[in-house]
Write a protein that binds this ligand. Structure first.
Ligand SMILES: [Zn+2]
Length: 175
């Protein structure tokens, strides 16, 4: 799957002035998009987060599981923003959000693209590009930073960082 070029452009414009060093300031992203973001105690620990359209205010809200690690919460928020951007561009999340006004995410799996829906894959791709922009990852990789060092730079988990590096360099490494 490839991201729509309109989505790629939106990511660029949206995130452009929102990095502090290499750390994406997600609260600024949510503010720009007029999305309110809340931490929540979900009964079910497996729930990573949700994106909901509030019927009274007509605004979107993100709920993230406060019991998850900070790095995981950051990925979840970026993933939910990904669903919202997809909806805005009438891409893969459009239908579900139009029909149900919400998307609930269980343990976001960003490793097995083939077993998750297009909407989930796309939201993960948007999240990855926002949190770990391709040009910055390549820049740091060329400087010789390890996965762990890069994960620290971007404030993401080592697993998320590994998946990102593998997907960007797969032509070289895995073919
Ligand atoms: Zn999702």
């Amino acid at each position: 799957m490839k991201l729509l070029s309109s989505i790629k452009n939106e990511i660029k414009n949206l995130t452009n002035d929102c990095y502090k060093n290499n750390k994406l300031q997600l609260n600024n992203i949510c503010k720009k998009l007029d999305i309110e973001c809340f931490e929540s105690d979900f009964d079910d620990f497996r729930i990573s987060g949700m994106l909901i359209k509030n019927k009274e205010t007509n605004k979107f809200e993100i709920y993230v599981n406060r019991r998850h690690s900070n790095a995981r919460q950051r990925f979840t928020i970026a993933h939910e923003v990904g669903h919202y951007i997809s909806y805005k561009h009438q891409s893969y999340s459009y239908e579900q959000l139009t029909k149900n006004n919400e998307i609930e995410d269980y343990a976001i799996s960003f490793r097995h693209e083939n077993i998750i829906s297009d909407a989930e894959t796309e939201a993960n791709m948007i999240a990855a590009e926002m949190l770990m922009p391709e040009n910055k990852v390549r820049e740091l990789a060329e400087k010789g930073l390890t996965i762990e060092e890069m994960a620290d730079e971007f404030y993401v988990s080592a697993v998320a960082m590994t998946v990102r590096v593998q997907s960007l360099y797969k032509e070289v490494k895995f073919v």
